[in-house]
Design a protein around this ligand. Structure first.
Ligand code: TYD
Ligand code: MG
Length: 452
C-alpha cells in the first residue's frame, strides 16, 4: 500500500498546514496543530465516480429483530452491568485510568473469562513483555492460559493478526504505545492516538470484532489521553480509585449501547479484582459510629444507591494559612460549604485546619452529599458524634438552605436495609418512606439539632 503523507490540522480553526508549527497561521492559537494522515486509507472519497458503498442502505423497519446485536457476557458481573449487559460485537470500548490502577488486570481477567466462554480473544501487549503478563496471569483466580498474547505495537500488524486468527475480542494495551507509521509523530502523541483509535474503530465496525482499548490518564487529565478519544469511541469507561484504598470503581461516562453513569465496584486482592456485591455493607464495615466527625450518606451511583462514610477533622492550625485537604470530593465544594457554615450558621472554621475524607475511595460528585459533609464538619467542630443510626441527604445552597435531591426514597430504602433508623432530609418535598425522617430547612437548623 502506498504510504500516505501527513498534514497538520489546527484543532481550533481546522486550518491545514503542510508542516508542524507552534502557532497556527489561521487563527493564531498556540500548540493546536495535530498530525493527520492523508492517504489512500484515510482520505475521504469526495463523491468519486464508481465508488459504491459496501452495502446498500436499509430501512430501519426492515431490519429483523434478530439483527440487533447480541452481547458477549464476560461473567464479571460488575463489568457486564456497567457496559449495559455485556460487550457488543463491533464496538470500541475505551478503558481509561491512572497507571497502576488495574486496567491490565481487569482486561486480562475479562480475556480469560471470554476464552473460557468460547469467544476468541487477542491481547496485544505494547506495555509489557509476555513474561510479565504471564506473571500477572499466574496471580489470577481465572485461568488465562488460553488467552493469546501478541507483543506488538504496530497497529496494522495487530489488526492483521486479529483478522488472521479469527479474533472476536481484541484487547489493545495501550493506545499510548500503539502507532501507525503513516504518521511521523512518536507513539502517544495526540495525532497518533487519534489516528490509531479511528483505525481501530473502522476495524471494529468492518469485522464485527469488539475492541477494548486501554488508555492512561494522568491525575490532571493528561495530554493525548483518553479525553481526546471520547468522541471517537462507542463506550468510555473510567477505572478509578484512591491509591490508599483497595476499592476500584469502574464508571461508564459514555455508552452508545446502554445507559451511562452506571458504576461497577471492585476490590483489588492478591488474586486480581473481585466484584463487590454489597458495596454499602463493605464500605461501612470499618466504621466506628461513636467518633465525632463521621457522617453517612447514600450516594446514587448510576441507578444504584451506595452508602459511604464521610469523615471530617477540624483541628487548631499550627501556623500560617489554615489547610483545607479534601480527599474524594472537590476542594472548591469544601470551601463553599465551609463558607456557608461560617456565614449562615456562625460556625468558625477560619483559624482551623480542615480535613475531609470519603472512606472507601468513592468520590462525591453530586451535591446531594452536601448535608453529610456539613454534618461531619459540625460534628468535628463540636466534638460530638452524630446519632449512630442516622444518614444525611440534601444539597446545601449558598443561603444555607437545604434543598431536595433526586431519588430520595430509593436512597433511603438502601439506608434502611443496612440498619439505619433515621434520616436527616430537606424540609421541602413529601416523602413516602418507612425510615424516620428529620426535616432540616437550614444549616443552622442542622447545627442546632446536632448540638442538642
Ligand atoms: P495493573 O493492571 O498493571 O494496572 P494498570 O494496567 O492500570 O497500569 O495493576 C497494577 C497494580 O495492581 C499493581 O500495583 C499490582 C496490583 N495487583 C494486585 O494487587 N493483585 C493482583 O492480583 C494483580 C494482578 C495486580
Ligand atoms: Mg497496564
Amino acid at each position: 500500500m502506498a504510504k500516505g503523507h501527513s498534514v497538520y490540522r489546527c484543532t481550533e480553526c481546522g486550518a491545514e498546514h503542510s508542516k508542524w508549527a507552534g502557532k497556527c497561521d489561521g487563527c493564531g492559537a498556540w500548540n493546536t496543530l495535530v498530525e493527520e494522515a492523508v492517504g489512500r486509507t484515510t482520505g475521504p472519497a469526495r463523491g468519486r465516480k464508481g465508488v459504491l458503498p459496501a452495502s446498500p442502505p436499509v430501512r430501519l423497519s426492515e431490519i429483523a429483530a434478530g439483527r440487533t446485536p447480541t452481547r458477549w457476557r464476560t461473567g464479571i458481573a460488575e463489568l457486564d452491568f456497567v457496559v449495559g449487559g455485556g460487550i457488543v460485537p463491533g464496538s470500541l470500548i475505551l478503558i481509561g485510568g491512572e497507571p497502576g490502577i488495574g486496567k491490565s488486570t481487569l482486561l486480562l481477567q475479562c480475556a480469560a473469562r471470554l476464552e473460557a466462554a468460547g469467544v476468541p480473544v487477542l491481547y496485544a501487549a505494547g506495555e509489557e513483555s509476555v513474561e510479565q503478563i504471564q506473571l500477572r496471569a499466574a496471580r489470577l483466580t481465572e485461568d488465562a492460559g488460553r488467552v493469546q498474547v501478541l507483543p506488538e505495537v504496530r497497529l496494522d500488524a495487530i489488526t492483521a493478526q486479529a483478522s488472521a486468527s479469527g479474533t472476536r475480542v481484541l484487547i489493545v494495551d495501550s493506545i499510548q504505545t500503539t502507532y501507525t507509521d503513516e504518521l511521523e509523530g512518536a507513539p502517544g502523541n495526540v495525532g497518533q492516538v487519534r489516528e490509531c483509535a479511528a483505525r481501530l474503530m473502522r476495524f471494529a465496525k468492518e469485522t464485527g470484532t469488539a475492541v477494548l482499548l486501554i488508555g492512561h490518564v494522568t491525575r490532571t487529565g493528561g495530554i493525548a489521553g483518553p479525553k481526546t478519544l471520547e468522541h471517537i469511541v462507542d463506550t468510555v469507561l473510567y477505572f478509578e480509585g484512591e491509591s490508599s484504598s483497595d476499592f476500584r470503581i469502574l464508571r461508564c461516562v459514555k455508552n452508545r449501547f446502554g445507559s451511562v453513569d452506571e458504576v461497577g465496584i471492585f476490590q483489588m486482592t492478591a488474586s486480581g479484582l473481585t466484584p463487590v456485591a454489597n458495596p454499602s455493607q463493605t464500605f461501612l464495615a470499618g466504621r466506628d459510629s461513636g467518633i465525632s466527625g463521621s457522617a453517612v450518606t447514600p450516594l446514587l451511583e448510576g441507578s444504584r444507591p451506595v452508602l459511604v462514610e464521610i469523615q471530617a477533622l477540624a483541628a487548631k492550625s499550627g501556623f500560617g494559612t489554615p489547610q483545607r485537604v479534601a480527599t474524594g470530593l472537590d476542594h472548591r465544594r469544601l470551601a463553599v460549604l465551609l463558607a456557608v457554615l461560617e456565614r449562615r450558621a456562625g460556625l468558625r472554621f477560619s483559624d482551623l485546619d480542615v480535613f475531609v475524607n470519603v472512606t472507601s475511595g468513592m468520590r462525591l460528585v453530586e451535591p446531594a452529599s452536601d448535608l453529610a459533609v456539613v454534618a461531619a464538619l459540625c460534628s468535628s467542630l463540636k466534638d460530638r458524634a452524630v446519632p449512630p443510626d442516622a444518614v444525611f441527604l440534601g444539597e446545601v445552597g449558598l443561603g444555607g438552605e437545604i434543598r431536595p435531591v433526586a431519588a430520595t426514597e430509593r436512597r433511603l430504602s438502601e439506608a434502611e436495609r443496612l440498619g439505619f433508623r433515621q434520616a436527616f432530609v430537606p424540609a421541602r418535598g413529601k416523602l413516602s418512606t418507612s425510615i424516620a425522617t428529620i426535616p432540616v430547612a437550614h444549616v443552622a437548623d442542622l447545627a442546632r439539632r446536632l448540638a442538642a
